[in-house]
Design a binder for this molecule. Sequence first.
Ligand code: 4AD
Ligand code: MG
Length: 520
Amino acid sequence: MLLALASSGWHDCGNLNRENDMKTYISQLKDHIDGQVTVSGWLYNSRASGKLQFLIVRDGTGLCQCIVEKGSVGDELFAQLKHLGRESALTVTGTVRSDDRSVGGFELALTDAEIVCPAVDYPITPKDHGVDFLLKHRHLHLRSQRQWCIGRIRHTVIDAIRRFFNDSGFTLIDTPIFTTIVGEGEQTLFEVDYFGTPLHLAQTGQLYLESAAMSFGKVYCFGPTFRAEKSKTRRHLTEFWMVEPEVAYIDLDGLLELAENFVSSIVQRVLTEHKSELETLGADIEALKKITPPFNRLTYSQVVEILISEKCVDFMAGQLAGFNAEKTELEDQIKALEKEVAGGVKKWKQEKIAAEIAQAKARIAELEVKIENNPKHARLAAEFRWGKDLGGSDETIISLMHDKPTFVTHYPREVKAFYMKTDRANEKVVENFDLLASAGFGEIIGGSVREDDHDILLDKVNKEGYNPETYQWYLDLRKYGSVPHGGFGLGVERTVAWITGEKHIRQCIAFPRMMDKVYI
Ligand code: 4AD
Ligand code: MG
């Protein structure tokens, strides 16, 4: 198959049917201005206006507007194209013209087309379908512009992650998915029957990585991670991808520095390579440009002070006023658009307006939830007491108050995982951190220095009620050349959602798994 494609000259010249045309991808049109090319793809959208048609074709590398003139393609093909349904597969041939107003900056003046496979009544239309419908149709929804942009950015985020660690002297260690020991608490374990022995799916690769760090010094693992999360929040999946670095001979300051350099490198790489995708998604590009070291640093105790302060009360009131004002503005916009349609507009314009109205209504629905939750979240913050774990709404508040990500360090020992190192200067807290992304997004990284004293760790294993025999190998690491070490885990979907401005992380993985939703 590969040979066949190579010999058909797909990338450079010629193609299966048209010997003389240049078969090309939309992303390469810039190299063929005024030349004749052939593009194979799918019909993304179309509209007709008398003797002219405008077809938007996508081919996996971008979108391109094709201008079809009746005189250039003949009556029969003109009529066929006019009735071609969305997502029909087709091959188009034409002359490349540069046009700033066109999607992608180029257009094709069509001279020929071949319909490869027509699609009739494509189920996804520009109207507002609702989340459930789109998740059930994820196999098709992946073709949408939003999903395409997010998928491309996710790809680059993953590449940037690997590049950062590979270029910084880390060794990749693939940790097991069937695991015997618990890293992140028993409540979120997925048990599996492993030939009669109960094992569970990895919640983290960290404990195995700690072993590898004592061999290689700087290591990382990167893979799917499983948590039986019983929460249906926008931040939780039951299967997600996590990258975890682990470093021997590092302290908390060293970890924070590593994390801020790492996160900044990912964001800057996406900015360099995906400006147009970010624009299509409506991401805040100016805000992303500010994601450079150093990030903010607060201790958990300082966060508690902020949450219960007058400043926080005022901040929440300001937020509420902002939501209400935006809602009123959107309602006015909808009225104006409805009036425009009532006045009579062409079909394609009607569809465009319908999509705009659907978008505005979706945003209003979001705002209504925020307006309802705001007083609850304000109260939770005001009543926060030292010793509790930070909740999602508390994280959101801190995250909204800062335009750069914020490290929150030194949480109470009781609310954090058993492996975190007790701070020897204040035994009530551990040497850990969460990184709260900016713009209200909340936690994208959790990490810590690890307990390196054998007896303290054994005591913690016992207090958790774990069987010390199962943890024998992990405890061994503290017997044979134990050193200060630590690491962190970054969730890919949360990071992609934060960068793209996507509200729910389920949109940031191709086939999401959630507690109540596994459709395809
Ligand atoms: O904070 P967490 O639970 O930390 C760990 O698993 C450590 N063992 C990491 C380490 O120190 N090596 O998870 C780390 C990150 C979170 O900050 C979040 O980005 C992501 O993993 N995450 C989830 N993402 C989506 N859905 C979930 N249910 C997630 N749980 C955690
Ligand atoms: Mg965490």
